[in-house]
Ligand binder design. Structure first.
Ligand SMILES: [Zn+2]
Length: 199
């Protein structure tokens, strides 16, 4: 039912968000009754389109669709964190609050990514689209001061395992789902559909 409705669309023109169409859809309700058939309440099916603005993080999500992993770096020479690199992408330095410089860390990720730790989950939240069990991995990079959460899509995780990033370059979703991890040495034929190695 929900798949047949026309969802609202958004563009940005002259720096302003321009929504068009319907962003809220309601559907026929149904009664909630107890074992004796007595009315207890009603269900209220609703469908809401959330507008999620990426702001300064937009380059990160755009780059995933092109097979590139971006991080950022503080280039303020007066800052205690001068030249510190951040992955995940931080728009501002947490120490001096200046605007960070965007850096392409695809090559660093290809050469140095390791599983720092991991967790495997069978239970997920609403709207999960990842195959279960989900193998969440915390990935560390040489020269990068932070750790990135992601999901392993081939094999079983181990602490210290060398991994490489893969990217959904065919039909990208422009979300973090476009980035996944596989053990070093994985063949292209083993990757998730639509995914490819970094460029
Ligand atoms: Zn700084």
């Amino acid at each position: 039912m929900a798949d047949r409705v026309e969802h609202g669309q958004v563009t940005v023109s002259n720096g302003r968000y321009r929504p068009s169409g319907k962003f809220h859809h309601g559907y026929a309700n149904s009664p909630i009754r107890n074992d004796e058939g007595v009315l207890m309440g009603v269900t209220n099916p609703r469908d809401v389109t959330h507008i999620h603005s990426y702001g300064g993080e937009a380059p990160f999500f755009e780059s995933l669709s092109k097979g590139k992993l971006l991080g950022t770096r503080c280039d303020n020479a007066d800052c205690a964190l001068h030249e510190t690199m951040f992955v995940p992408f931080r728009i501002h330095c947490p120490d001096c609050l200046s605007r960070n410089t965007i850096v392409d860390v695809t090559d660093i990720a290809n050469r140095t990514s390791k599983v720092h730790t991991f967790m495997i989950t069978e239970r997920t939240g609403a709207f999960n689209t990842l195959e279960k069990p989900i193998r969440f991995v915390n990935v560390e990079f040489e020269g990068v001061d932070t750790i990135l959460m992601g999901y392993l899509s081939v094999g079983e995780p181990e602490i210290g395992m060398r991994v490489v990033p893969i990217f959904q370059t065919e039909n990208p979703t422009y979300t973090i789902m476009d980035l996944s991890w596989v053990p070093e040495g994985t063949q292209k034929s083993e990757l998730l559909p639509g995914f490819s190695f970094g460029k």
